[in-house]
Design a protein around this ligand. Structure first.
Ligand code: DP6
Length: 329
């Protein structure tokens, strides 16, 4: 029997997912909206092994261990439970993104794993089912199932089957040719995981309710701006949304702070570009890096300027594809 190989790309949220209303099912408080990128794909192969024994997981050539191994095995257990099968799996996954670069390898990682594992164990691989499955591995992975601009629906809180109601889908009516310039900065000592940081924000931040309300409004307005091809409005909403998310987590106790002095310098450079009339807006996730949204036509110019930030490495990304499958051997 051959190996089944899936490829998926990272995505960057313009309206963020931050906070789960259900940890086990990975159900978020709010809808989120992202752009899938054309850089740093994850390639994951899965094949079946005898039911006795355990899963074998290799990440970038080395055996996975600790929390990473636990998360992959828990995900495979869910796949087996749904498929009614007991075989173990041999998983080999390769990231082209430098690990810890803050470029969302868990999104591409669980999207690729969900697709390869669903195919191998005989679960449905149609995109909506796949998106729901990938969500269980990592929330943001639900969005990497699709290419381009994507919305992930939180689903109604009173849904009869909340798992079925929370999935991502591509936005067929986003009329913007955008690029994302990733400004990769020195990561400090390993900060708290986004999973833990979210939990702490939900449990302790007095600013979390205000973040949820703002995010809901942001999503509605951003969808309209994408339909209208209005990059300026999209960028402004994205930047404020990211800053609001970081404000909410910095108000948690103990506070969660991912942004560094270098992040602030990069943000300052983005604001300088805007004052000069270049359309450029920043977004930041669970790490110090800054990603700059701009028109595809401005990407090289924006990248050249962002490269002047001390210690910055710059990567230009454009709209990327959804997860794909191939079977070998
Ligand atoms: C800041 O999807 O990594 O990138 O569901 O706990 O695995 P888990 O979290 P994850 O969180 C991503 C958070 C974010 C914003 C976003 O991508 O929407």
């Amino acid at each position: 029997e051959g190996r089944t190989v899936a490829v998926a790309h990272p995505n960057i949220a313009l309206v963020k997912y931050w906070g789960k209303r259900d940890e086990r099912l990975v159900l978020p408080f709010t809808d989120s909206l992202s752009l899938t990128l054309d850089v740093f794909p994850t390639t994951t192969s899965v094949r079946l092994a005898p039911a006795a024994g355990s899963d074998t997981v290799v990440m970038d050539g080395a055996p996975a261990r600790g929390e990473q191994l636990r998360r992959v095995t828990a995900f495979l257990d869910l796949v087996r439970e749904r498929a009614g099968r007991r075989e173990r799996a041999v998983v080999d996954t390769r990231n082209t993104v430098p690990v810890g670069a803050g470029l969302a390898s868990s999104a591409s990682g669980f999207a690729a794993l969900a697709l390869a594992a669903a195919a191998v164990y005989g679960l449905p691989t149609e995109p909506r089912a796949l998106s729901r499955l990938a969500r269980r591995g990592s929330g943001s992975a639900a969005r990497s199932v699709f290419g381009g601009f994507v919305v992930w629906h939180a689903g109604p809180v009173d849904a009869l089957d909340p798992d079925a109601a929370s999935y991502a889908e591509p936005l067929g009516d986003a009329y913007i040719d955008a690029a994302l310039v990733a400004v990769v900065l020195e990561a400090g000592p390993k900060a708290v995981s986004s999973r833990e940081a979210m939990r702490r924000t939900v449990a302790t931040s007095p600013r979390f309710p205000e973040w949820v309300a703002a995010s809901r409004a942001d999503l509605t307005r951003m969808r309209a701006a994408l339909r209208a091809g209005d990059l300026e409005t999209v960028g402004g909403i994205a930047e404020r949304n990211a800053i609001g998310m970081h404000a909410a987590m910095e108000a948690a106790s103990p506070p969660v702070r991912y942004l560094t002095d270098a992040s602030a310098t990069a943000l300052g450079t983005v604001h300088e570009l805007r004052r000069e009339g270049v359309g450029a807006w920043a977004t930041m996730d669970a790490g110090p890096n800054v990603k700059v949204l701009c028109a595809a036509a401005d990407a090289e110019r924006v990248a050249a300027r962002m490269a002047t930030v001390p210690g910055a490495r710059v990567v230009v990304a454009r709209r990327g594809p959804g997860a794909t499958l191939r079977t070998e051997g």
